[in-house]
Design a protein around this ligand. Structure first.
Ligand SMILES: Cc1ncc(COP(=O)(O)O)c(C=O)c1O
Length: 410
């Protein structure tokens, strides 16, 4: 068979008609990532203000950037480094986890990953076989649902309540003999809900009793408002054997492009995660790990200082949204930097998003991508306010208010 046109000659050699080459059946089941779709619409409509992607407006701390010189000073740093992460960073994370999350983990249980998304994939591949079930809460974080489908597992969707809070009874009822894990995210993307300690304890205890895992994503741990408390279920007595805790530097340290996250895994999963990460990544980019070390020196206070501006913007957003009227409900959201609006309309969420971009030059994310179907005269859109500046918040929100008023009339 020659190189070019190999497909055609293969057909005639075998005397049968083969279908065109295409991606795996598995990947055909995976939803198309929404962020690039919305980004294209934004590019096609210059001047659009994005309240779409979940990023912050601020850059990494000075301490992070200063570490780059140190990285460059040692030629050995251009070689591969340990799968788990550079020892100095793992040690700093271990200390942070003990101090801030009350999680006592052996160093070997901590893996530095290329972002929280990879931490989730590592966790999934370590615990689930094809056909296994993983319980997600709807609305879900789309990359979690996509990873589960990509791993040939089945996302089992359990609805949250009208305030986007966990419903432990429904989670318990959704468990079957094939369930491998329950996934929770708090503070939540896309809803902004912060789950109370009691609800997370209930889920964690349920997972312990059923012999399954609790995967808990804490990417937004520093982003809470009005006294809402963040809680790490991995800190519970005995939770270390069945809890996988996921973290990210992307949001807290304005670090999204540096790709640094980390995970804490039960000791019996260390070898499995080691195999997966060695294959997929080898090690997180070492230059980014140096920067992460600097970011941890700046610490939580760096984010806390910037959170003051985000919190002010959040108040402005809430205030402006209240002017839209009863066709736009804003369920309580005391964390992350999202509001997941419930809209009374016959339109589907993608149509609403497209119209807002085309006609009002402002971008949101459709609820359909988080597993919320448009039905019963209702759809959802997510508004992200982490990247807004004091200047853009007023203009962005005036467009959302004007746009939604008009679009919801139709
Ligand atoms: C809940 C949640 N987990 C993980 C991530 C991915 O973070 P990272 O950039 O660390 O991969 C995001 C990003 O939006 C997120 O919202």
């Amino acid at each position: 068979m020659d190189g070019k046109g190999g497909e055609r000659s293969a057909q005639s050699d075998l005397g049968e008609v083969r279908e065109e080459r295409k991606c795996s059946e598995r990947l055909q089941q995976v939803q198309t990532p929404i962020i690039p779709v919305v980004a294209r619409l934004i590019r096609e409509h210059p001047g659009t203000i994005s309240l779409g992607q979940g990023v912050v407006s601020y850059p990494p701390p000075r301490e992070a950037i200063e570490r780059i010189t140190e990285f460059l000073a040692d030629a050995d740093n251009h070689k591969y480094k340990p799968v788990q992460g550079i020892p100095a960073l793992v040690a700093a994370l271990r200390e942070k986890l003990a101090r801030e999350n009350a999680i006592t983990a052996e160093s070997a249980s901590i893996f530095v990953t290329a972002g929280g998304n990879l931490a989730f994939t590592n966790a999934l591949l370590a615990i689930a076989d094809p056909g296994d079930e993983v319980i997600l809460q709807t609305p879900y974080y789309f990359n979690h649902e996509m990873a589960i489908t990509m791993a040939s597992c089945k996302p089992v969707l359990v609805p949250t309540d009208a305030r986007y809070q966990l419903q432990p009874d429904l989670i318990a009822r959704a468990m079957t003999s094939r369930t491998k894990a329950v996934v929770t995210i708090s503070p939540n993307n896309p809803s902004g809900a912060v789950y109370p300690k009691e609800a997370l304890c209930a889920v964690n205890e349920m997972c312990r009793a059923r012999g399954i895992y609790h995967i808990h994503d804490e990417a937004y741990e520093y982003f809470t408002y009005g006294g809402a408390q963040h809680f790490s279920p991995g800190s519970l007595e005995g939770a270390g054997e069945h809890t996988i805790s996921l973290y990210s530097l992307s949001k807290a340290y304005g670090f999204a492009s540096w790709r640094v996250g980390y995970m804490v895994v039960p000791p019996h999963l260390i070898e499995a995660v080691n195999k997966i990460q060695d294959t997929i990544l080898i090690c997180a980019p070492v230059i980014s790990q140096y920067a992460a070390l600097g970011a941890l020196v700046a610490g939580r206070a760096y984010c806390a200082e910037r959170l003051k501006t985000i919190a002010k913007n959040r108040e402005i957003v809430l205030n402006e949204l209240s002017q839209i009227g009863n066709k736009c409900e804003v369920p309580p959201a005391d964390g992350a930097f999202y509001f997941l609006l419930r809209l009374r309309t016959q339109l589907d969420s993608m149509t609403v998003v497209e119209r807002l971009i085309r006609e009002y030059r402002v971008a949101l994310i459709p609820g359909s991508t988080f597993g919320l179907e448009s039905q019963d005269g209702m759809c959802h859109v997510r508004l992200a306010y982490g990247a807004l500046t004091p200047e853009s918040v007023k203009e962005g929100l005036s467009r959302v208010v004007a746009g939604l008023r008009k679009v919801l009339e139709s």
